[in-house]
Design a protein around this ligand. Structure first.
Ligand SMILES: *Cc1c(COP(=O)(O)O)cnc(C)c1O
Length: 459
């Protein structure tokens, strides 16, 4: 009998729960985020052995450790096999520097990795228990389409997605609005942070209890766990089999779900030398890591890497918790984290839009690789790290930068900079001609609540 891992809330006022409960709740009742109380460790020999396995088998081995036997091995195998039926290219750039392309899923975003598995896990539990769920999520771009796509057409689940009208590209919008069925899309004339605040308020509202609300934002532990897997995958495939070594990962970051997946993977035993956390001009995290003082950015700054326009990353509370501190959902630090230890694992930098554009141009001219704005922030961050810490810049050092979306999702920027039109992946073909379903919503909690209560989705 396995010892189930329990998940505690970062606000420390809620009872720890097992995986199923944390997954279906999303946010803990005290508004904190769920974190594992103990982190399962995978022996190095097992990690090395992943080198010959397909992605979905690695996903099974890594994620089952968090589920504590609440789901049968056979069911979990079916879920990961169905969720991960696409490629995960590791493009060689120069020396031992690689770009991991997490853009081959159905919405051409790395968010497919988390959303597809979370959706299938939720459906598994809901069907077994004959219950319904209403998913509320705010998106600054790719979350919405990945979540909408992952849940589209599933039984027992309805979805409402809020997005800031002016921070999302037409193609990103169409990926959400052209679905219909159980997917409802609300456009707001405001910033992502306001959309997120409305969603958080709804979760805390007891008058909405009958709707059985859940979240699919990166605050859900069900998204974090699948995001540990690609770090294991990339390392096992690329490592030098003659030597023990550690890799550097560069992660373009906004809400820090991707980074938390990486940091968890490291705590599970993955040999990581450093995480480079690259943000756009929303530089609250690099400032915090540098000074130990945290100040969110309000309102968040509009950058071309629009899915990372986040002035207060919700997953930061998790990082602070992992390093022994306590940060509440408003960003107030009640107990300081061990910043020295954090700096030992993480290096962080803010990349301007100007630098992002230059990087897209350079990567193309020098290496014939097309990066979109988010991946370019990651690559620029890696280059900055290697040039500011010269002893790390050796030809033999394994470095993996994450490309989080397909360049064809941001054709406007790519065309302006490179004067080429990125080829559409098969998953994006055709959506330009489908009908859109979208409603407008004012930035007002009462209006949002009224909308939700009118939906016929009670359990
Ligand atoms: C969401 C997103 C990010 C940021 O990921 P976080 O987990 O929120 O840090 C980066 N790039 C793209 C394309 C995204 O959609």
């Amino acid at each position: 009998m396995e010892n189930p891992i329990l998940f505690y809330s970062t606000n420390l006022q809620a009872t720890p729960v097992a995986f199923r409960k944390a997954l279906l709740k999303g946010l803990a009742p005290d508004r904190g985020l769920y974190m594992p109380m103990t982190i399962p460790v995978i022996p190095l020999e097992e990690i090395y052995g992943y080198s010959g396995k397909p992605y979905h088998e690695i996903a099974f081995e890594v994620t089952r450790r968090f589920m504590g036997g609440e789901i049968g091995d056979q069911e979990l195998v079916e879920i990961v096999t169905d969720a991960y039926d696409y490629e995960v290219p590791l493009d060689h750039i120069y020396e031992r520097k690689y770009v991991m392309r997490l853009d081959q899923g159905p919405t051409a975003s790395f968010k497919d990795f988390a959303a597809r598995m979370m959706g299938r896990l939720m459906q598994y539990y809901l069907k077994r228990e004959d219950r319904k769920l209403l998913i509320l999520t705010a998106t600054s771009g790719d979350t919405g389409s990945a979540v909408a796509n992952a849940f589209y057409g599933l039984d027992n689940i309805n979805i409402v997605i809020l997005f800031p009208r002016h921070e999302v590209t037409p193609r990103q919008r169409r990926q959400m609005t052209t679905l219909g069925k159980n997917v409802r899309i609300l456009a707001l004339d405001t910033k992502f942070d306001d959309c997120q605040a409305l969603v958080k308020q709804a979760f805390a509202d007891p008058e909405l209890d009958s709707l059985n609300l859940s979240s699919a934002n990166s605050i859900n532990i069900g998204r974090l766990v699948p995001q540990t897997v690609y770090y294991f995958y990339a390392f096992a495939k690329l490592r030098d089999k003659e030597h023990d070594e550690e890799a550097i990962f560069s992660i373009p970051s906004g809400n820090f779900g991707d980074m938390m997946g990486g940091v968890l993977a490291m705590k599970m035993g993955l040999p990581v030398r450093k995480f480079v956390i690259a943000t756009n001009e929303n530089d609250e995290f690099p400032r915090y890591l540098h000074s130990g003082k945290y100040a969110k950015i309000e309102p968040s700054r509009n950058c071309i890497s629009s899915a990372m326009n986040v002035g207060h990353p919700s997953n930061l509370a998790r990082l602070v918790a992992l390093y022994g501190g306590m940060m509440d959902e408003k960003g107030i630090i009640h107990k300081t984290a061990n910043i020295e230890e954090m700096r030992n694992d993480i290096w962080s930098v803010s990349i301007s839009d100007k630098k992002t554009r230059q990087t897209i141009e350079e990567a193309y001219n020098r290496y014939e690789t097309i990066l979109e704005p988010h991946g370019a922030v990651g690559w620029a961050g890696l280059m900055d790290y290697l040039s500011s810490i010269p002893e790390e810049d050796s030809p033999g050092r394994l470095c993996i930068s994450l490309e989080t979306a397909h360049p064809a999702k941001f054709p406007e920027e790519i065309e302006k900079i490179l004067h080429i039109e990125p080829e559409l992946p098969p998953s994006l073909e055709g959506i330009d001609h489908l009908q859109e379903h979208v409603s407008n919503l004012e930035n007002n909690y009462e209006a949002f609540k009224e909308y939700l209560l009118k939906l016929e989705v009670r359990t």
